[in-house]
Design a protein around this ligand. Structure first.
Ligand code: HEC
Length: 328
């Protein structure tokens, strides 16, 4: 029936457009002092504590008149949170010193029983989190209420006990009242653009011009390259690492030659398991990389194959000019 196709098509288009959707206030709030319906009367002034032990209030100190990105993490979470944190770290790198000046990043713990300020500080150090990005903890009930207000709350989720939680990142400009949820798979360049340009009403568009030059070049990527860019590049590079910028994970140039195929294959599938079994190489790498365990990315056979081909091809591509130079 023709109409059902149309409904289906409309649904697909709706789903495709869901990457960014505006968040509506739960109540038709009265315009507050700041002239938006998103003032202090919507956002709670939740008391929170930073990784440095400083006491702050959510509305007054963290978001009022600011462009912000907010997500919820817990440091004991081994798969989705490190991926999200690494991605936000990339956003921070792209935005450079604007973070802490006119853009502020916040990661709030949903496991405040375990995430003390000291624990958060260690986590920040692992990810090399710079100034302008604050990690926060507080009273469990307060944080739960804050999550509900921010629309990230999933019913039935207990603090820290469930591995899964809503990873969506909320980005917004409190003064203009523009808020949106960002998909966890959004590229850091797009996120940085939203935070650096769109949410600032394009006033500072030029500030980003240079960073775009550093965006991955546009050429049709292989499927392995595509997976690498979306799921691995927040922690890994393949050659071309900027000097003085240690990555979160090792550079992977040459890794397919350096490691045994069976080791590499298994590592991509279940690094968590290998670490748990105290595989010597896995343990060594873990110690070398700040004791940050590589997350299990739940890769299937095809993805693992595509990634290994990509790492092999990219290594060959980058090493070819060197080999040529040696020839007469
Ligand atoms: C959240 C950060 C993070 C993400 C995302 C991530 N890794 Fe890793 N990876 C690490 C860390 C950290 C290590 C070092 C070992 C450890 O600490 O567990 C590592 C180690 C590795 C190694 C071993 C390197 C060596 O010298 O043998 C390979 C290969 C690798 N990762 C590939 C990938 C691929 C492919 C992806 C994407 C599908 C990926 N990683 C996603 C953090 C990450």
């Amino acid at each position: 029936m023709a109409w059902s196709w149309r409904v289906l098509l409309a649904l697909c288009m709706f789903a495709a457009g869901l990457h960014y959707w505006p968040i509506k206030p739960a109540q038709s709030a009265q315009a507050s002092g700041s002239g938006t319906p998103w003032g202090a009367d919507y956002f709670p002034n939740t008391p929170l504590v930073t990784q440095d032990g400083e006491k702050v209030r959510f509305f007054d100190d963290l978001i009022k008149d600011k462009v912000v990105a907010i997500n919820f993490i817990f440091t004991g979470c081994s798969d989705s949170c490190p991926v999200e944190t690494a991605r936000l770290r990339q956003v921070q790198k792209i935005l450079g010193d604007r973070v802490g000046k006119d853009i502020f990043l916040y990661s709030i713990s949903i496991d405040p029983y375990n995430d003390t300020p000291a624990t958060l500080k260690r986590y920040a150090e692992k990810f090399n989190i710079g100034p302008g990005w604050t990690l926060l903890t507080g009273e469990p009930a307060d944080i739960e209420q804050l999550r509900r207000r921010l629309g990230l709350y999933i019913d039935g989720l207990e603090n820290g006990r469930s591995k899964d939680h809503n990873l969506s990142l909320i980005i917004g400009n409190q003064a203009t009242g523009r808020w949106m949820k960002a998909s966890p798979f959004e590229s850091p360049y797009i996120l940085a653009d939203r935070l650096g340009n769109s949410l600032h009403n394009w006033k500072q568009a030029t500030a980003m011009a240079n960073d775009y030059a550093n965006a991955p070049e546009i050429r049709p990527p292989s499927s392995g390259e595509q997976i690498f860019r979306t799921r691995c590049s927040s922690c890994h590079t393949v050659g071309n690492r900027e000097p003085g910028q240690p990555g979160i994970g090792p550079d992977l140039l040459g890794v397919t030659r350096q490691r045994e195929a069976s080791w590499l294959n298994r590592w991509l599938r279940e690094p968590d398991q290998m670490l748990a079994e105290k595989d010597p190489l896995a343990t060594l790498l873990y110690e070398q990389y700040n004791r940050l365990a590589m997350p299990n990315m739940r890769l299937g056979d095809e993805e693992v194959g595509a990634l290994i081909s990509y790492l092999e091809e990219e290594t060959a591509r980058q090493q070819a000019p060197l080999a040529d130079r040696g020839k007469p």
